[in-house]
Write a protein that binds this ligand. Structure first.
Ligand SMILES: N[C@@H](CCC(=O)N[C@@H](CS)C(=O)NCC(=O)O)C(=O)O
Length: 221
């Protein structure tokens, strides 16, 4: 059975969403972020990203990781590409060309979008969004997102999904990377196709199932 190591309030959410989409059985092993804990190395600390048992799974000390049979994989977006290929049906690329587009837009999200969307979510995580420093950080990150979001808006003008005429793993990957910037309404209100697309992605039953579990997870440990 597939094992997902992580918590829903982390990048593991994208793998939980993917597992829901695929309808595959999976086991979730909770691994907390050490950075959110007071004393992650305490003898009685719950399994976390600094625990030796978890470092044996991912020496980078980051969630998510998965185990599928004997295979261990890290890197949330790559995990989804693997799950799509292995279990995916219509979520995976059906042609080499679709696979190429899925890889391209996933790498684009990881390199051109996520650094800036994560910068925004971190400001909210630290409850700094109303401080001068936090506001300045949001302005800088939003400015950096302008070009990538204009490019995605153009891509989605005249087509409902990024790589094919159906929802695929890359829509899930990009939507999850962009979710971190969704506090900034202006980024989406000014780009109607992007806004309609992310709403389309997030109206899926599997996304709602992931969010329902996520909302029950305690915010602090
Ligand atoms: N590129 C990695 C990044 C993983 C990552 O940064 N995970 C965070 C949680 S979202 C983490 O585990 N941080 C360690 C910590 O906070 O202790 C991926 O996409 O899987």
């Amino acid at each position: 059975m597939l094992t997902i190591y992580g918590v829903y309030r982390s990048r593991a959410s994208r793998n939980y969403w993917m597992a829901e989409e695929l309808g595959i059985e999976f086991k979730s092993v909770p691994v907390l972020q050490a950075t959110r804990m007071d004393n992650p190395l305490a003898a009685d600390a719950p399994l976390n990203t600094l625990s030796p048992d978890f470092l044996a799974v991912n020496p980078m000390g980051m969630i998510p990781s998965i185990k599928d049979g004997d295979l261990v994989l890290n890197e949330s977006l790559a995990i989804n590409l693997y799950l799509a290929r292995k279990y995916g049906g219509p979520l995976s690329g059906q042609t080499v060309e679709e696979e190429g587009l899925i890889a391209t837009w996933t790498m684009w999200a990881a390199t051109e979008v996520e650094p800036h969307s994560v910068a925004i979510v971190r400001i909210y995580d630290r409850e700094q969004e109303n401080s001068d420093q936090g506001k300045a950080g949001i302005v800088v990150a939003s400015r950096s997102l302008k070009k990538p979001l204009d490019v995605l808006e153009k891509r989605l003008t005249g087509q409902d999904y990024i790589a094919a005429d159906r929802f695929t793993v890359v829509d899930l990957n990009v939507a999850e990377v962009l979710r971190y910037a969704q506090t900034e309404d202006a980024l989406f209100d000014s780009r109607p196709h992007l806004k309609a697309w992310i709403e389309r992605c997030q109206s899926r039953a599997a996304y709602k199932a992931m969010q329902a579990t996520r909302s029950k997870e305690p915010i602090s440990v």
